[in-house]
Ligand binder design. Structure first.
Ligand SMILES: C[C@@H](N)C(=O)N[C@H](C)C(=O)O
Ligand SMILES: [Zn+2]
Length: 233
């Protein structure tokens, strides 16, 4: 079937960018694979993929690489987030991803959108890691019981060997990019990421240090629902 016109696989544009597509698997705030994610692939509009690649190349000089967690998100996935938020029995991932807030407050507090920019294809969730980091180095620290995403860097799940102050998708005020309550090293890493993203045309979100949208997005008024599939699938 192929991708709709205007969309590309990030892997084909920038193979050196790390991909840890959290909504394909179960290590996410719901705790199960999310509707519409049929492959662990980052899909973006051509313009957004080129801009993320430019960020990656910009930071390579500092020995860093980009690592993406979510890219294009089908609207059926967003619909699942909304349904899940109403199921108060299901709190399986609370201890790790939202230890201090109620899941019913995710939308009001800005941590999840009922109409997400991700579905327009030019929004990306990402962090940075040392270019030399191997997946096995990260995996080796990932075993064990759930630890709050707000816990100190050495204790919580290692999304990246760099400290960004909280884990990815940590629904908590500590994830606000300008939070003064995270360590100064995390504040510096957030600033490094945000400044690089802004240099290449993205704007951030006041609630989440990892979430950025391309300002000149090519589909500002279209929310897509094609599934995330592997090339040739
Ligand atoms: C769910 C989280 N990764 C995210 O992307 N939040 C923003 C607000 C969104 O849903 O668009
Ligand atoms: Zn996001």
């Amino acid at each position: 079937a192929g991708l709709p016109d205007g969309f590309v696989y990030l892997r084909e544009v920038a193979p050196a960018i790390a991909q840890d597509m959290r909504y394909y698997g179960s290590h996410n705030f719901i705790g199960r694979p999310i509707d519409g994610y049929q492959a662990p692939e980052c899909i973006l509009t051509r313009e957004a993929a080129a801009a993320v690649k430019a960020v990656h190349e910009d930071l390579a000089a500092a020995g860093l690489r980009v690592k993406v967690f979510d890219c294009y998100r089908p609207t059926r996935a967003v619909a699942q987030f909304v349904r899940w938020s109403r199921d108060l029995e299901d709190q399986r991932m609370k201890a790790e991803f939202y230890p201090n807030i109620a899941k019913t407050d995710f939308f009001r507090l800005g941590y999840v959108a009922k109409r997400s920019g991700h579905s327009r294809g030019s929004t990306v969730d990402l962090a940075l890691e040392p270019a030399a980091a191997s997946p096995s180095q990260v995996d080796a620290r990932a075993d064990g019981p759930a630890v709050a995403c707000t816990a100190p860097f050495a204790e919580r799940f290692p999304d990246s060997p760099l400290d960004f102050g909280t884990g990815f998708d940590c629904m908590d005020p500590l994830s606000h990019p300008d939070s003064p309550a995270v360590p100064s090293e995390a504040q510096r890493n957030r600033a490094l990421l945000a400044q690089a993203m802004e240099r290449h045309g993205f704007r951030g979100l006041p609630e989440e240090w990892w979430h950025f949208t391309l300002k000149a997005e090519p589909f500002p008024n279209t929310w897509f629902d094609f599934p995330v599939m592997a090339p040739g699938q």
